[in-house]
Ligand binder design. Structure first.
Ligand SMILES: Nc1ncnc2c1ncn2[C@@H]1O[C@H](COP(=O)(O)OP(=O)(O)O)[C@@H](O)[C@H]1O
Ligand SMILES: N[C@@H](CC(=O)OP(=O)(O)O)C(=O)O
Length: 460
């Protein structure tokens, strides 16, 4: 079971989580709990790290640390009734706060923040949360202990900020946690792991979902449950479409498409370990545990709804390359994509006109400058005449395995946009036919998502 930052935002919510864990444990379930940082803490840690490296104010660091310590002391006061457990937890928190303060002051003096240091600093959110959650569970009379991702056996490469676990992780974690769950509810920090030298790495923002899935696979869990503040995977982000509804059942592939195409409800790599080990994943609402939520499984029963959900990716940019010399020039696409790969640019979507005179792709906005520079310097100007880009765009994706082989879905998507005069800048459909994605300008994107929810009757 994984509890996200919104589920453990403060003492009251942590107490509720501890009671949930107690109830399930007393029903006879063996549970490993994965915890995120208290709500907003990871963002705060990243900001203070950047602040320290730019402005270097020790007084600002001390102020931040006092607030951070208070947030955790307050949570302890509300969640841990037993004085001995509370004292022990406070000592653990104090030691972590002391270590982190020293690191941040070091960054103030050094004036630099490497990707490795960002991972180290941001790891404290989960490292501070796990002992508090564990103390709260112990205070409910249930045996519990806490582990960092590294201590639980998760070993990754050194790609700081989005590290990938090595295969041996599954054996390590299984060996360590399978024995503990028989007697305890172990609380493991989500999001963070270690490389082979024992240096802290992170799995990417929202990576606690991925941690839960790695652990679920390693201990051969019956199910992996992701507890959130929403009623499951919804037909669209409820912040954009207020009447979006929870999807009762969805396939692994659909859930992967949704998370890759911007549905912030799941970390995009969450489903991989679950698929590999055939473990169902449930997304449930921490604050309405009786509600069944969304079940993600491989063997999806055929449902009549063709489109399951509509998602939106922001913070992207489009690049269009064109030139009469591209027509019939063999190897142009290969050169473009290897140039972008060498520049470390992630390509989200690709489209080529049938005339071959231009090619468009969508990249993360953060990679745009590197992408344009690489294309301009590497490409043969005889072939590519122009490289143009557009920052004010979003990708909208219409997802559903039921679209496969059903004629007219694309027609309905684009007719409904056309009726409302929403201009489509670029279109792409994978041959799997699970996803139709297209690009619109940023100021029309949310309206497009609402329109398509209405067109496919996805709302309540
Ligand atoms: N299709 C979707 N279904 C459900 N939630 C979505 C979707 N797209 C975006 N979201 C957002 O994802 C968030 C997921 O819940 P949250 O409790 O924040 O998870 P966590 O704490 O694990 O990160 C919600 O705030 C919701 O607005
Ligand atoms: N705390 C990390 C990891 C995480 O998974 O958080 P959440 O479960 O709140 O998305 C982050 O904010 O990215």
């Amino acid at each position: 079971m994984k509890f996200g930052g919104t589920s453990i935002e403060n003492g009251e919510k942590i107490r509720h989580v501890a009671e949930l864990l107690k109830d399930y444990r007393e029903q006879g379930h063996e549970i490993v709990a994965v915890t995120s940082a208290l709500g907003g803490v990871t963002d705060g840690l990243m900001e203070i790290g950047i602040d320290a490296s730019h402005k270097g104010k020790v007084s600002r660091v001390k102020e931040f640390m006092a607030d951070l310590a208070k947030k955790h002391y307050d949570a302890i006061e509300i969640t841990i009734d037993d004085a001995r457990i509370a004292d022990e937890t406070i000592r653990t928190i104090d030691a972590l706060i002391d270590e982190l303060e020293k690191a941040l002051i070091g960054i103030c003096y050094l004036g630099e923040l490497s990707p490795r240091s960002i991972d180290y600093i941001s790891s404290y959110g989960e490292r501070l949360a796990a002992p508090v959650v564990s103390g709260a569970v112990q205070s409910q009379g249930i045996n519990s202990c806490s582990f960092t991702g590294g201590e639980a056996g998760i070993v990754t490469n050194s790609e700081y900020g989005c590290a990938r676990p090595f295969e041996k992780t599954y054996e390590n974690v299984g060996y360590i946690l399978k024995r503990v769950v028989a007697t305890h509810v172990p609380i493991v920090t989500g999001f963070i792991a270690e490389n082979e030298e024992g240096i802290i790495t992170t799995l990417g923002r929202s990576g606690s979902d991925f941690t839960a899935s790695i652990i679920g696979a390693a201990i051969e869990a019956d199910e992996i449950w992701l507890w959130k503040e929403v009623h499951g995977i919804m037909t669209s982000d409820p912040r954009i479409v207020p009447d979006a509804r929870p999807i009762p059942q969805i396939s692994y592939i659909e859930a992967m498409e949704l998370s890759y195409f911007g549905a912030k409800v799941l970390h995009p790599r969450t489903i991989e370990p679950a698929i590999k080990h055939g473990i169902p994943v449930r997304v449930k609402n921490t604050f309405d545990p009786e509600f069944e939520g969304t079940l993600i499984v491989s063997d999806q029963r055929l449902r009549k709804d063709v489109v399951k959900a509509v998602t939106l990716i922001r913070s992207v940019a489009a690049i269009n390359i064109s030139g009469a010399g591209m027509v019939g020039a063999i190897g142009t696409a290969a050169r473009v994509f290897s140039t972008l790969a060498n520049a470390g640019v992630n390509i989200i979507m690709i489209s080529q006109s049938s005339s071959e005179a231009n090619m468009s792709f969508v990249v993360d906005e953060a990679h745009l400058e590197d992408a344009v520079a690489a294309l301009k310097s590497e490409m043969n100007r005889d072939v590519i005449g122009e490289v143009a880009c557009d920052r004010d765009i979003c990708v909208v994706a219409v997802v559903g395995a039921g679209m496969d082989g059903i004629p007219g879905v694309a027609g309905r998507v684009f007719s409904s946009l056309g009726r409302e005069k929403i201009n489509v800048i670029m279109i792409s459909q994978g041959s799997s036919q699970h996803n139709i994605s297209f690009v619109v300008s940023s100021d029309e994107a949310e309206e497009a998502v609402r329109l398509l929810n209405h067109e496919f009757e996805l709302g309540n």
